[in-house]
Design a protein around this ligand. Structure first.
Ligand code: DQA
Length: 147
């Protein structure tokens, strides 16, 4: 099984970006964690990050046929992007939405997620561990025959 871990805008700055909210873990550390944890549960993990909405959409389109599922942290596009939501619907791949922070405990504008409407589920609030939990959830979903 092959999984794409896709990170959106500003997540390249993790480690130095508002560490009181997002922690000190860098994106590279999170990606390494995803690759090694994925391998331990039989998933081949590929990682990508972009600050550009269209590039994220292209990555989702590209995952169709090459990957079995996506772990997606869309950053602030979570709360704004109907285009990303539509890309996920078109890709017909299981997507687990992740956030480092608990978006429901933050500003009201972060409570709405366009991604949730088309994801199999959402994991938020556990920092870097959110990604590990998302991989576990995706592995179980695929194991159960979910597409
Ligand atoms: C985030 C939460 C979003 O509201 C924010 O815009 C981000 C990061 C998170 O991982 O907690 O960029 O997706």
């Amino acid at each position: 099984r092959s999984i794409l871990v896709l990170n959106g805008p500003n997540l390249n700055l993790l480690g130095t970006r508002q560490p009181e909210v997002y922690g000190h873990t860098t994106l590279k550390m999170i990606e390494d964690l995803c690759v090694s944890h994925g391998a331990s549960i039989g998933l081949r993990v590929e990682c990508a990050q972009s600050n550009h909405e269209g590039v994220l959409i292209d990555a989702i389109h590209g995952a169709r046929g090459t990957h079995d599922g996506i772990v997606l942290n869309a950053g602030a596009y979570t709360h704004t992007s109907i285009a990303l939501m539509d890309a996920i619907s078109s890709a017909e791949l299981p997507v687990v939405e992740v956030h480092l922070s608990n978006i429901h405990a933050r500003e009201a504008f972060r409570h709405k997620s366009y991604i949730s409407a088309v994801a199999i589920g959402q994991i938020c609030g556990f920092g870097a561990q959110s990604y590990v939990l998302a991989l576990e959830a995706l592995a179980a979903h695929l194991q159960e025959g979910g597409g």
